[in-house]
Design a protein around this ligand. Structure first.
Ligand SMILES: [Zn+2]
Length: 267
C-alpha cells in the first residue's frame, strides 16, 4: 500500500498528478499513485486554480500565451477573491483589470474599471500595480511547496515522506490562518527577451516560448530549496525550514532575492 505524500492516508491510489500544472505546459513530470484523490482534488480547486488565476503566475501565463488544458489561450481577471479568512486586497493594488492572450502573440489589457484608466494610462505607458497580500503569499507558498515536495518525491519517495518535510507537507495540505511560509523573490532577465524566435509550422507562425523553469537544490547546511521561475519572476522556497534563511538571498548567480513575508498574526 502507498502512503499519500501529503495527508499520509494509506491506500492504493490511481491518481496521475502533474507536478507543475498541465496548464503551464507540463506533460512530462507526473507522479503516479503517490497522492490520494482527496488531496489531488483539493490542490486543483483550492491552490492551483488560485495561483493560476490570481497571482503573478497568472500574469505571466497570459503574457506568454500558454494554452490552457483545453487548448484555449489564457485570459485572467486579477481581482482577488472576497471574504476569505486571510486578507487578499491591498489598497495600493489595482483592481478592475484583466489580461487576455491573443492568437497573434499579443496580450491585451482588459479594463473593467474606468478609474484604472484614469490613474494608470500615462502617455505611451500603462502601469499595473499588484501588491502581494498575505493571501497571495499563502497561495504561492503552498503552490511552490506542493511542486517542490512532489519533485522530491519523484526523485526519492521515501525521502520525501521523511520528517524534515513534515512542516511544509502540513502547510501545503492544510494551510494556516495565521502563518505564512517565506518566499525568496527576485527578477531574472528582461521582459523584452521573453518571447522567443518564431517557428514556422505549416501556415501558422508560432513563437517558441519557454514557459517556466524549476530546480531543486541542497544548501551547504543541508536545507532543501525549490526554485520556480516564470516570466522574469524567480521564486524560491525552503522545503525543510520555515524560518527565514539569509543565505538563500544570494544563492542564485546574478540575482539577489528578497525574502517576502508577513510575520505571524500580523493581519
Ligand atoms: Zn492525501
Amino acid at each position: 500500500m502507498a502512503e499519500c505524500l501529503f495527508c499520509r492516508t494509506k491506500g492504493n491510489f490511481v491518481t496521475r498528478e502533474h507536478i507543475v500544472p498541465e496548464s503551464l505546459g507540463n506533460t512530462k513530470y507526473i507522479l503516479e499513485g503517490v497522492i490520494c484523490s482527496r488531496c489531488q482534488n483539493y490542490f486543483g480547486k483550492e491552490i492551483e486554480k488560485a495561483a493560476l488565476e490570481k497571482t503573478p503566475v497568472a500574469i505571466w501565463r497570459t503574457y506568454l500565451g500558454i494554452q490552457t488544458k483545453k487548448k484555449r489561450l489564457p485570459s485572467v481577471n486579477l481581482d482577488p477573491p472576497a471574504g476569505g479568512a486571510i486578507p487578499a486586497l491591498h489598497p495600493a493594488s489595482d483592481t478592475g483589470v484583466g489580461f487576455s492572450a491573443h492568437e497573434d502573440g499579443r496580450t491585451s489589457i482588459d479594463v473593467y474599471d474606468s478609474l484604472f484608466k484614469e490613474k494608470r494610462f500615462k502617455q505611451d505607458k500603462i502601469e499595473y500595480r499588484m501588491v502581494a497580500t498575505p493571501w497571495h503569499l499563502s497561495i504561492l507558498g503552498r503552490f511552490l511547496g506542493k511542486m517542490g515536495l512532489e519533485y522530491v518525491a519523484l526523485a526519492d519517495l521515501n525521502y520525501a515522506l521523511s520528517v524534515q518535510f513534515d512542516d511544509m507537507r502540513s502547510f501545503v495540505r492544510y494551510g494556516s490562518r495565521k502563518s505564512l511560509w517565506p518566499i525568496y523573490w527576485g527578477k531574472q532577465g528582461k521582459i523584452e527577451d521573453l518571447k522567443g524566435p518564431i517557428i514556422w509550422s505549416g501556415l501558422e507562425g508560432r513563437q517558441k516560448i519557454e514557459c517556466y523553469r524549476c530546480a531543486l537544490a541542497r544548501m551547504a547546511k543541508g536545507e532543501v530549496i525549490f526554485a520556480f521561475s516564470i516570466g522574469i519572476e524567480l521564486m524560491v522556497v525552503c522545503l525543510t525550514e520555515r524560518s527565514p534563511i539569509p543565505d538563500i538571498e544570494n544563492c542564485f548567480a546574478g540575482t539577489t532575492l528578497s525574502c517576502i513575508f508577513y510575520p505571524d498574526e500580523s493581519w
